[in-house]
Design a protein around this ligand. Structure first.
Ligand SMILES: Nc1ncnc2c1ncn2[C@@H]1O[C@H](COP(=O)(O)OP(=O)(O)O)[C@@H](O)[C@H]1O
Ligand SMILES: [Mg+2]
Length: 269
């Protein structure tokens, strides 16, 4: 190991003056400087076209910035060799705006994919996938292929696939855009549970401002025409002290999540 990296333990992602342009077009993201802290829950908001998907693409390593510095998991992403990308992608769970399910695989096999790729034994995979499909209310659709599912069902499969391997960072792009408000809330509780119980850092892009109030401890990042523009956003929020374990979230919130989990269990019965 090289010398100490003072700010590493208390950050998952650090952007420093990042800009992004597609081809020779003007920049769609400019001067982005922010930090995502371990175990925190972020909403990324902004009008359509503000640059939310573009920012998330930088986070899930589908796009390299045109300028600036990005560190993730304590590593400089700009100089990361292409061959190391898969390593880092395995730490991420991604819910794509357009789902990107594997068309010839059933809902069950789509959700199982990350666990199988990670080499889990099949009995364990079956248990986990069955439970997860139950959580998102899709047990009865386990054997359906994406073409036979509604947009809302595909979205729930995409979410189940993104969370099943308990990623360190979950990146979700408009994950509730195709479901009704009740299901949106339920899916949000799933992200919250992952955040609370596993310590996953979560970032959810949404243009639905009603969603923001539903996660009391969340931090809000606002994009406006490619600039982050919220004075109370992630930058100014006091980070969780490095010494404080992630599970030591406020008791009240933990209780409400537990209640939510019980409700889900009840729903499924
Ligand atoms: N692949 C691309 N090539 C060129 N321009 C793009 C591409 N993707 C997005 N854009 C442009 O970048 C801007 C931000 O888009 P996007 O990141 O999708 O915003 P949002 O997700 O907030 O709606 C828009 O002006 C969009 O037209
Ligand atoms: Mg978008």
């Amino acid at each position: 190991m090289a010398g100490p990296m003072p700010d590493q333990p208390n950050e998952i992602v650090k952007f420093d003056n990042v800009g992004l342009r597609y081809g020779t077009d003007p920049e769609v993201l400019s001067d982005l400087t922010f930090t995502l802290y371990p175990g925190s829950f972020y909403f990324l908001t902004g009008a359509s076209g503000a640059g939310k998907t573009s920012l998330l693409k930088l986070l899930y390593l589908a796009q390299r910035p045109s300028r600036g510095a990005i560190r993730m998991f304590g590593r400089d992403m700009i100089t990361l060799p292409r061959s190391r990308l898969p390593d880092f992608r395995r730490r991420l769970g991604v819910v794509f705006q357009d789902f990107r399910l594997v068309e010839h695989l059933t809902a069950f096999d789509n959700v199982a994919l990350p666990l199988r790729l990670a080499g889990n034994e099949e009995a364990r995979v079956r248990r986990a996938v069955t439970e997860m499909l139950d959580w998102v209310g899709l047990s009865h659709r386990a054997q359906a292929i994406p073409a036979r599912m509604s947009g809302g069902e595909q979205q729930r499969v995409a979410i189940a696939r993104a969370v099943i391997a308990r990623p360190r960072l979950l990146v979700a792009d408009e994950p509730t855009g195709n479901v009704d408000p009740d299901m949106a809330l339920k899916l949000l509780r799933l992200f919250e549970a992952l955040n609370e119980r596993v310590g996953t850092t979560v970032i959810v892009a949404t243009h639905d401002v009603h969603l923001l109030r539903k996660v009391p401890d969340s931090l809000i990042m606002r994009l406006h025409k490619g600039h982050l523009s919220d004075p109370t956003g992630a930058l100014r929020y006091p980070p969780r002290p490095a010494s404080e374990p992630v599970r030591d979230a406020p008791t009240e919130r933990r209780t409400s999540v537990r209640r939510g989990l019980r409700r889900r269990a009840g729903d499924a019965a």
